[in-house]
Design a protein. Structure first.
Length: 919
């Protein structure tokens, strides 16, 4: 078999994930003998005003299209030619920031050269072209070509350094015949059938509004998904405080993420296009010598070998440029090797070290000959490249990956990015000005104007439910404080738990971290709080200081305690250092293995709990967890009609946890799996949630192969605990993008309905998709800079359900929690399937009420309880997998092993499955 045939065979054996998912879904439906569903979303019902009107400012800007303008589209390929038939495809996408940025700049210069070269042949000036610096070209004037054309030209001498080693350019321009777009003052209402959706206008407007950022003005650097960052932020009013320096040779860049949406508009049948602009801060690597970067991050480098692992993690994947000689090309760091002093090779008939070679060949005396060499692979080269760190420079425009960030850097980034509404509003408008939208000649030629002030709309403040405790005690949320904790008083838990036999262990580094007297105070205070809330608890069967288990310790002292407690104890509390994540993972692995509920309390929390000034609220939160973990229920959610939420309903939530980092197709099949968490109110009380998790192939968000299993499990449990079938099933399908709606409606909904039929359950299904991964922000229009962040933000219960929502879909935004810092983000909720015929008010008020159901803290949370709790189960599954993989040295799994892994590592067959063990 030839190399080309072999490559083709490999490609065919690994179909695109989307294609493979569709094929598998169709096979499942065929096996079940059911038809595909229609990809038609629920259309939005009439607007309802069920709450108090609230004025809201957005980060959306109106786009006015003033006259009819025809737009043409072309596919463009730009290649550089060098040597004998060798080419570089500048329009090819790259996952590397440095490479992608360099290619975009080459495309920009090449396109300008093309227009200048072809100007006498009828090609329009660049001010009539809308180009994404890759393969998409729009034009406001038709190009003089039929079908396609090829243009070749020599690169002018003064531009050749930018295109090195290329000397010629090759352009392939293809007409996109099926593209039909005319800009008009009115916008068509999108259809409810997802397969008929057309995004041509949005794509054109997104690229059009980025033309200044993509131009040769050197004010921005642009990336995928509408992201751009300012090269000189102070020019637009930003300060050093807005863009702080970070440790380890990094800095925080400020810019924006921009997109275009079609929204409802001021009246029901008047859709409008709007530009959404969110301020963004992202960490970038500084341009500096690699050796300087390594030494600033690890001061002991290169003398201390213990730093090598950290240096490798910091540098691996970076693009760097040799600076010891001209005409060098960038390459990517793959590995670190032995030092320049110790690495030898044959040069001019004798064995020389790399240190000696650089002196002889380049007259460069290395200052750090004992530092490890950087290993890379040059373009088109078979052998690896070896370079000393001190002759390499970090290439510009490279963002830090999550694996390169330290916890301290993450804290600094979060702190700098969490800006209150008054400051966020200023940053959004400054970013908008930086795009120079209304002075850009391309927008002028397109007869388009962007309003310079953000859109303001009327939202509504929903009337939330009440929270019910024992003895018919009912309290309301204080929307100003975002909590009802101060209103509870001495109210007892609605269902107080019986703790049973329990033990407490201190796994801190030093026994003096909490002396024996404070240990006893903590235990006594804990027990008193439990009893005050109505719980039944005796003294612990064992109290011991164990010290922290080491990662290589097997069996650990903690494991020995679990072996001894199995079948006897029902609850174990472990006190640890906050930073000791290994103990936490180890503890939860033991919980799953030995079927004993555990609670991890940090030493700082334990100290606060015995401090008279802080003890009440801290200990209350600790005990809130304990009661739920041990099978109790802290409070019920009481609707305005005095019914308990969910008395005839089954609420189901999904959560996803994917493995970190970029994965290839092969790694999807063989690497760490994704975890699907789920939660449902399938216990005896309608406000009590439980859940579990399953494993599936990495980075697959669809639930086609597992959703029937999950639904059957929760319906059986609901029937077992309540003695009846649910009347309604409300599914909050978290972790689903708008692009996946089609798959959900065509495949998941038919499987759900078939599962219900087989279970003889005639419940009606509603599926709601929450989405926090959007760039839309809402805040009061009159936020005052001197106020606290929670006073600047909208109050919990604020719904935005008109003007800026989708013109067709059943969609609303709901801010359900109070922001303690920064600006709160309101999730977007889309009702994509609804047999229960919910009104807008029904959907909003039900969703908001569920945000009262977290139980652990006396406040609302940012997502409905089924979703929030399901996310926690997904995270638990990830921790259990990681602990299992480390202890058993697993490196990969295949599909057969995933099912076995779910059976072994989930809680499905555990006694504590009937408790919310992950509270």
């Amino acid at each position: 078999m030839s190399r080309e045939e072999s490559r083709l065979s490999a490609q065919l054996s690994h179909l695109r994930v989307a294609t493979r998912v569709r094929n598998e879904a169709e096979a499942i439906l065929s096996e079940l003998g059911i038809q595909k569903g229609e990809p038609i979303v629920v259309e939005r019902p009439p607007h309802q005003q069920t709450g108090r009107p609230v004025r809201v400012r957005t980060n959306m800007f109106s786009i006015q299209m003033n006259k009819p303008v025809r737009v043409f589209r072309y596919d463009l390929t730009i290649q550089g030619q060098f040597g004998e038939g060798k080419t570089i495809d500048f329009t090819r996408r790259s996952s590397s920031d440095a490479l992608a940025s360099d290619r975009k700049q080459c495309c920009r210069m090449a396109f300008e050269l093309l227009l200048a070269e072809q100007s006498d042949k009828g090609y329009p000036p660049k001010e009539y072209c809308v180009y994404d610096l890759q393969a998409i070209l729009f034009s406001l004037k038709e190009l003089p070509i039929q079908g396609h054309t090829i243009v070749e030209m020599d690169i002018p001498e003064q531009f050749r350094p930018h295109f090195a080693p290329c000397t010629r350019l090759h352009f392939l321009i293809k007409c996109v015949e099926q593209f039909k777009l005319t800009l008009r003052s009115t916008v068509d209402k999108p259809p409810s059938n997802l397969e008929l959706q057309n995004y041509d206008l949005q794509q054109f407007l997104e690229i059009l509004t980025s033309q200044h950022a993509m131009g040769a003005n050197l004010e921005h650097i642009t990336f995928e998904s509408g992201r751009s960052y300012l090269l000189d932020p102070e020019k637009f009013g930003f300060t050093v405080k807005d863009c702080p320096e970070l440790s380890r040779g990094a800095y925080l860049a400020i810019g924006c993420q921009k997109s275009v949406r079609i929204v409802q508009g001021p009246s029901v049948d008047d859709p409008r296009a709007v530009m959404v602009l969110e301020s963004k801060k992202t960490p970038f690597h500084k341009v500096e010598r690699v050796i300087d970067k390594a030494r600033s991050a690890f001061p002991g480098f290169p003398a201390q070998e213990a730093t090598y692992r950290g240096v490798k993690q910091l540098l691996q994947g970076l693009y760097v440029l040799p600076n010891h000689t001209p005409r060098m090309v960038p390459f990517q760091i793959r590995e670190l090797s032995s030092s320049a002093r110790d690495t030898t090779f044959s040069f001019e008939g004798r064995e020389v070290s790399v240190q000696e070679y650089f002196m002889v060949r380049y007259q460069v005396e290395l200052q750090f000959p004992d530092a490890p060499l950087v290993v890379g692979k040059g373009k088109g080269k078979e052998n690896n490249l070896y370079y000393p760190m001190e002759v390499l420079e970090v290439c510009d425009n490279q963002r830090l990956t999550s694996s390169q960030l330290t916890p301290d850097q993450t804290v600094d980034i979060i702190k700098a990015s969490s800006v209150p509404p008054s400051l966020l509003d200023r940053q959004i408008q400054a970013n908008c000005r930086s795009l120079r939208l209304n002075t850009d000649q391309t927008l002028v030629n397109a007869e388009i104007k962007i309003k310079e002030t953000p859109i303001e709309v009327n939202g509504q403040q929903l009337l939330g439910p009440k929270v019910g405790y024992a003895g018919n005690a009912r309290v309301e949320l204080d929307t100003k404080k975002g909590s009802w904790a101060h209103r509870i008083g001495k109210a007892r838990y609605l269902i107080p738990a019986t703790v049973g036999v329990w033990a407490i262990y201190f796994c801190t580094r030093n026994e003096r971290d909490m002396n024996e007297a404070n240990q006893h105070i903590f235990i006594r205070t804990f027990m008193e709080q439990c009893r005050n809330k109505g719980m039944s608890i005796d003294f612990p069967a064992e109290v011991a200081f164990l010290g922290p288990p080491r990662e290589d310790e097997e069996p650990s002292s903690l494991r020995r305690r679990f072996i001894r407690a199995q079948g006897k104890a029902q609850f174990i509390v472990v006190i640890t250092e906050k930073s000791d994540l290994y103990v936490h993972k180890h503890l939860k692995q033991l919980e799953q293995e030995f079927d004993i509920v555990t609670q991890n309390v940090t030493i700082a929390t334990a100290r606060n709990a015995v401090d008279n000034q802080k003890s009440r609220l801290t200990m209350e939160n600790v005990v809130n967890k304990t009661n739920v973990k041990c099978g109790g229920l802290n409070h019920a959610i009481i609707l305005p009609n005095s019914d308990e939420l969910g008395k005839d309903d089954l609420f189901v939530g999904f959560g996803m946890n994917h493995p970190g980092g970029f994965v290839t197709t092969e790694e999807r099949r063989r690497g760490p799996p994704s975890v699907v968490g789920y939660a449902a109110n399938d216990l005896k009380h309608p406000c009590a949630f439980s859940g579990d998790y399953l494993f599936q192939e990495s980075r697959r968000d669809e639930k086609i192969s597992i959703i029937d299993m999950i639904l059957k499990t929760v319906i059986d449990r609901y029937n077992k605990h309540r003695g009846k079938m649910p009347r309604r099933i409300i599914i909050y399908r978290n972790g689903c993008s708008e692009g996946q709606f089609t798959s959900v409606l065509k495949f998941e909904i038919p499987i759900l309905k078939e599962t219900l039929r087989r279970l003889k359950c005639d419940a009606q299904i509603t599926m709601i998709v929450p989405n926090r991964q959007h760039n839309i922000r809402f805040y009061p229009p009159n936020s005052r800079p001197g106020d606290k962040p929670w006073d600047q933000n909208l109050e919990p219960g604020t719904a935005i359900d008109s003007v800026v929502v989708h013109p067709t879909f059943f969609e609303f935004y709901l801010l359900s929690h109070q922001a303690r810092q920064g600006t709160a983000k309101a999730p977007r909720y889309t009702v994509i399937y609804d047999e229960n015929h919910l009104s807008l008010g029904d959907a909003e008020n039900m969703t908001y009420a569920l945000c009262y159901g977290h139980q652990i803290v006396a406040c609302t949370v940012g997502l409905p309880a089924p979703c929030y709790i399901a996310d926690c189960y997904a995270e638990r599954g990830r921790n259990i997998y990681n602990a299992h993989a480390q202890s058993r040295h697993l490196e990969s799994v295949d599909q057969m092993e995933l099912q076995e892994m779910t059976e072994k590592l989930s809680y499905a067959e555990k006694v504590i499955r009937n408790k919310r063990f992950n509270a």
